[in-house]
Design a protein around this ligand. Sequence first.
Ligand code: 4FN
Length: 248
Amino acid sequence: MTTTARPRPWHAQVLTLFPEMFPGTLGHSLAGKALERGDWRLEVMDIRGFAKDKHRTVDDTPFGGGPGMVMRPDVVDAALAAALQPAENGEPVGPAIYLSPRGRVLDQDLVQDLAAGPGCVLVCGRYEGLDERVIEAHGLMEVSLGDFVLSGGEPAAIALIDAVVRLIPGVMGAAETLEEESFERGLLEYPHYTRPADWQGRPVPEILLSGHHEKIKAWRLRQAEEVTKLRRPDLWAAYQKRRAETQG
Ligand code: 4FN
């Protein structure tokens, strides 16, 4: 019998003070099934396991005073060194990312770049976040989910992994892969309808019951363009720019 060499599955390493928060929602639905199949790998490392003292201290008071606590650079560095160990041995691990409100806002372009790579190392902050020096020392890429306050980076790490994993071949059904198309083009989704055809006196747009597939396609594109123009002028401008560059 022969075995076929399989490419290494996409690999997320999460550094967190709350390892029990993982896989969380990533253990459910298609991502969870794919995780069980080994289509992608999740390794969760407890930052506290890298503390050096008997009380396993991971945080300390900020120099200069002020509220809250800061995650110690030596402890986070030890956790990062363990996560980056395969890289030392020549195995690619992908970028080391600190989920942080100061980061570049996550978008589908970055999600695609990450999905195309071997994986990533995700550092989740707690308290007031990491000591600045460990961010500098490791050249951590900072990525944010958006402009709101979180109590920790874990929900952001879960959202990032969810977005990446659904792009891994075999994770999603064919239907979902096709559904990607609209946003792939940079447009919001057209409105969706299902049975009943008349619900509480609200009929489904007639065109959708017509069976004219070409007309339906054109209607949906127009709807997607209208909703994007109206609600996300930023996406609309980018879409138009791209369309001008590629003549269509
Ligand atoms: N948040 C702001 C300004 C100042 C602080 C925060 C904040 C968790 C460790 C970071 C938040 C939002 C999106 C990680 C927010 C994210 C986080 C994220 C995050 C504990 C320190 C903290 C943006 C409102 C001006 C707490 C805003 N994406 N500090 O939330 O980790 O990834």
